[in-house]
Design a protein around this ligand. Structure first.
Ligand SMILES: Cc1ncc(C[n+]2csc(CCOP(=O)(O)OP(=O)(O)O)c2C)c(N)n1
Length: 562
């Protein structure tokens, strides 16, 4: 046992978890902890708004597979974190947030900067707790990391009153924590694997839908092996992009509202569908009763409560995706399944792929979303990390930017949080200093968290922001154009700000290329110079993202033009 303050115990507990980096912004109620961090070698990255700090921690977690940590003061600091915490949690990203709190004796008195952050964050965290005594700090930190990083990963918030941080006690640091009622079932039930493999072996038109769970369990290799054993096309949910190299012959693209024509058509034609680590949200399924209507659905997920939540299954495998896919592969090998690369089903994949190649727009003087994505792809190394903002920019990235490895395509899938991509890119860069990190942005989204340019410059975490600048809240404008008779309301952003000058004001580089060739040159230059760079690409405000499944329709009813 060692005698120390709650704040010192906090720092020691973080070190025991291997924490090297914290993203945050200090304030009165967290000062004892900041003072203890002063003496440690943990890197503190100062965000310019707590929402940015939470997104940075989230980007760090997604890029590295480790836990991302953020810290804020009580009251407004804590509430500013909430969007970031909710974004991480719905996308099953391992984030631990620490908040300061007013001293215990004044909790409930409307003390300065008091907010009941436990109440506020209850529904957007996997778990949250207020520490009531300094001796509980080591346990609470251990518990937070354990819960954030096991089973279905998620966000955990730990609230620490100021007097708990200063109080000096004898501390014990637990090696392990356990929770009654929290059981992680990683090892799948062999009977579930047996049944699923029989169904798969009998399929004439098998298909796989891979979600973010494949990436978080590092199961890409097993997924590809299974797809090849079955000669099954693989589609991904938005969160699953990168689980399969996008140039793999069996990869058919994303499915759902802005899925590819081939993925959405094949889903309708499949007879057995293996869903791995995906939530099957409405954006992925379209109208549920028309989602893969001819398929027996098998769902693999570590979270039992996902099974049959949105789509009815024939059977399930509850457990870790890597273990489940390994178990399925073993069984299929035992059956000596030999799928042919020359089946009608495989021919169908290629036929659809050719059918739905998007036509090039002729005679449009503007640079177009898909072309910008392809130019980006050409000028970046294969292992570059992409983050996205939300809107048309995100959907163009999902459709037209090929990703080749897990953890290289990072996006806010569940909450669709504008302003996520830029701070997440800074967090990803903190985790992966060795690769270029690019935020594919819309002008509206970037404006929400652009102040973190200061962090990127000051902390020497250079990222490249490519703004598809249509002077519009483009995706909302697209819906108003297509479904509300072009009655534009609240979507026109105008020319302000000048993003080149904005970048320069923060000490970053700003450029505005006038052609795709110039864009490619600027990206290569930015990588070479290793400087924070904002590339403002003017595009057509009238351009739509296609294919698109109109809201309330089945996946097969996608439209390719307006
Ligand atoms: C925080 C937040 N507010 C509002 C929305 C609703 N929304 C979805 S897409 C979008 C427009 C995004 O515009 P922009 O960032 O310029 O990207 P674009 O669609 O033009 O590529 C809006 C407002 C959202 N997703 N997130």
């Amino acid at each position: 046992m060692t005698r120390m303050s709650g704040a010192e115990a906090f720092v020691k507990a973080l070190k025991r978890e291997g924490v090297e980096t914290i993203f945050g912004l200090p304030g009165g109620a967290i000062l004892p902890i900041c003072d203890a961090l002063y003496d440690s070698d943990i890197r503190f990255i100062l965000a310019r708004h707590e929402q940015g700090a939470a997104h940075m921690a989230d980007g760090y977690a997604r890029a590295s597979g480790r836990v991302g940590v953020c810290l804020a003061t009580s009251g407004p600091g804590a509430t500013n974190l909430v969007t970031g915490i909710a974004t991480a949690n719905i996308d099953s990203s391992s984030v631990v947030a620490f908040t300061g709190q007013v001293p215990i004796p004044v909790i409930g008195t409307d003390a300065f900067q008091e907010v009941d952050i436990i109440g506020v964050s209850a529904s957007v965290t996997k778990y949250n707790i207020q520490v009531r005594g300094a001796r509980d700090i080591p346990w609470a930190v251990k518990a937070a990391f354990y819960l954030a990083s096991t089973g279905r990963k998620g966000a955990v918030l730990v609230d620490i009153p100021k007097d708990v941080q200063t109080s000096v006690e004898d501390m014990e640091f637990p090696e392990k924590v356990s929770f009654r009622g929290y059981r992680v079932q990683e090892e799948p039930d062999p009977r579930e694997l047996d049944w699923a493999s029989v169904l798969l072996s009998r399929a004439k038109r098998p298909m796989i839908l891979a979600g973010g769970g494949v990436i978080s369990s590092n199961a890409s290799r097993e997924l590809i092996a299974l797809a090849e054993a079955l000669m099954a096309p693989v589609a991904t949910s938005l969160m699953g992009k990168g689980a399969v190299p996008n140039d793999h012959p069996l990869y058919v693209g994303g499915c759902g509202m802005h899925g590819t024509g081939e993925a959405n058509t094949l889903l309708a034609e499949a007879d057995v569908l293996l869903v791995v680590g995906a939530r099957l949200s409405d954006r992925t399924t379209g109208l549920v009763k028309e989602f893969s209507p001819n398929a027996k659905v098998i769902h693999v997920d570590i979270d039992r409560s996902e099974i049959d939540k949105n789509v009815e299954t024939v059977t399930r495998v509850v457990g870790d995706a890597k273990l489940a896919l390994t178990g399925l592969l073993e069984r299929l090998r035992r059956i000596r399944l030999e799928a042919s690369g020359d089946s009608e089903w495989v021919r169908r994949i290629n036929e659809l792929r050719e059918l739905y190649i998007m036509p090039e727009a002729k005679g449009n003087p503007h640079m177009r979303g898909p072309e910008v994505m392809r130019a980006l792809r050409r000028s970046l190394p294969r292992d570059a990390i992409i983050t996205t903002e939300v809107g048309q920019c995100q959907m163009w990235a999902s459709l037209y930017f090929d990703s080749y490895a897990p953890r290289t395509f990072l996006t806010s899938g569940g909450l669709g949080t504008m302003g996520w991509g830029f701070p997440a890119a800074i967090g990803a860069k903190a985790a992966r200093r060795d690769v270029p990190v690019v935020d594919i942005a819309g002008d509206g989204s970037f404006a929400m968290t652009e102040n973190n340019l200061a962090t990127s410059v000051e902390e020497e975490l250079p990222v490249i922001v490519v703004i598809l600048n249509n002077r519009m809240l483009g995706m909302v404008a697209q819906w108003q154009r297509l479904f509300y008779g072009r009655r534009y309301f609240g979507v026109e952003l105008g020319k302000a700000p000048d993003f080149v000058k904005l970048a320069e004001a923060y000490g970053a580089v700003g450029v505005r290329p006038e052609s795709l060739e110039e864009l490619e040159r600027e990206i290569r230059r930015a990588i070479e110079a290793d400087q924070t760079t904002v590339i403002d690409v003017p595009i057509d405000p009238e351009e739509n993202v296609f294919p698109m499944v109109p809201p309330g329709k089945g996946l097969k009813e996608f439209i390719m033009e307006a």
